[in-house]
Design a binder for this molecule. Structure first.
Ligand SMILES: NC(=O)c1ccc[n+]([C@@H]2O[C@H](COP(=O)([O-])OP(=O)(O)OC[C@H]3O[C@@H](n4cnc5c(N)ncnc54)[C@H](OP(=O)(O)O)[C@@H]3O)[C@@H](O)[C@H]2O)c1
Length: 328
């Protein structure tokens, strides 16, 4: 099969289109014929060596990509509920970032529990964009127990995780406010965002107060600056940085870890259950995936660099079978 193999760390030139063997499904695994795969920041962070935890995977060749959509090609032993040719999307899991099993390929193995029927409202290209962004967002919204009438501030609301969290929070009846540049206004309005603050023009912390929950998908000093927007007793979760614990304590707000879900309710749901929750929202017409830009498999380096530039609206998608990827 054709796949993008990352041969080392460095620039996009380390991503090479190669022919490698089709993997065989083991117990509780499913082989998916991939029509489309998503780009996530973790893909290029694992290439340019800026994420210390990922250094070990850079010494061996790997196929990047954790999120795909396509059809079931073959199921391994122990898998009876997934029929061949069924339209699915999947998150292959972080384990998939090691070795030659990854989403930027014509075939990929996924754990059966993370393989979910494609929502009929989404094309394969859109469904490929659910995966990690949706799991991360659903986990945080569950963890913070966002409910009707609560005021939620999402930093980086136009990106993959931010726009996913926005839609899940809206489906729970929250008032959703977010930071993004004006370029994203029409999209954010279309998914029901109540207020957009253009962070390039104003300081968001001077624009909003009395927030119940902050979700930070930007990092840097955003998390610590956001503490002052929260009510006492409010919650801040940063997915891309760390809020200053002393400032959190002084303000009387909770700042649990956003990495890997943290304790409490988050652990109550598996990745597969979180994917099911979001798929149900999509089938109900309450969730969609904005495909900002698509790239051919051979252009995977360009796709990663486009996302790395930092201004993606929704998701960047790699089309492995361009015609099939556009079908619903
Ligand atoms: N902890 C976890 O489990 C986990 C999981 C997934 C992702 N993450 C992390 O979460 C972060 C977001 O991931 P993602 O997939 O959503 O990334 P993404 O889709 O690439 O995010 C791009 C978005 O960030 C916005 N942005 C950039 N700088 C901003 C700023 N200063 N203020 C507000 N918005 C800004 C851009 O909007 P403009 O065009 O308006 O600038 C763009 O829409 C990444 O750091 C990622 O590594 C963590």
């Amino acid at each position: 099969m054709q796949a993008i193999v990352q041969t080392g760390s460095g620039g996009p030139e380390v991503l090479q289109l190669q022919t490698i063997p089709v993997p065989r499904p083991g117990r509780n695994q499913v082989l998916i014929r991939v029509y489309a795969a998503a780009v996530n920041p973790i893909d290029w962070k694992g290439r340019v060596e800026i994420m210390p935890g990922l250094r070990s995977v850079m010494t061996t060749a790997r196929v990047p990509g954790v999120d795909v959509a396509g059809v079931i090609e073959q199921s391994g032993s122990g898998v009876s509920h997934l029929r061949p040719r069924a339209a699915v999307f999947a998150m292959i899991g972080r384990g998939g970032t090691a070795g030659l099993n990854g989403g930027y390929a014509e075939y990929v193995l996924a754990p059966a529990g993370n393989v979910i029927a494609k929502p009929r409202t989404l094309s394969f290209a859109q469904a490929a964009g659910l995966g990690m962004a949706a799991v991360t967002a659903a986990r945080v919204v569950n963890q913070t127990n966002i409910g009707p009438g609560q005021r939620v501030l999402i930093l980086g609301i136009a990106g993959g995780v931010g726009s996913s969290a926005a839609q899940i929070a809206k489906s729970r009846g929250a008032i959703v406010i977010g930071t993004a540049t004006a370029r994203h206004n029409a999209y954010l309005k279309s998914i029901g965002v109540d207020q957009v603050i253009d962070y390039s023009q104003v300081k968001f912390e001077e624009q909003v107060q009395n927030i119940d929950v902050v979700i930070d998908a930007v990092g840097g000093d955003n998390a610590t600056r956001a503490i002052q927007t929260l009510k006492r007793g409010g919650t801040l979760i940063s997915l891309a940085g760390t809020a200053d614990a002393a400032v959190c304590a002084a303000a009387g707000v909770r700042c649990p870890s956003g990495r890997g879900g943290g304790p409490g309710k988050a652990a109550a749901f598996s990745e597969g259950e979180l994917l099911e929750q979001v798929a149900a929202l999509a089938n109900a017409g309450k969730y969609t995936v904005q495909v900002d830009k698509t790239f051919a498999l051979a252009q995977a380096g360009d796709a990663q660099e486009f996302n790395r530039d930092g201004h993606t609206e929704g998701k960047v998608i790699i089309l492995i079978d361009a015609a099939k990827a556009m079908q619903r």
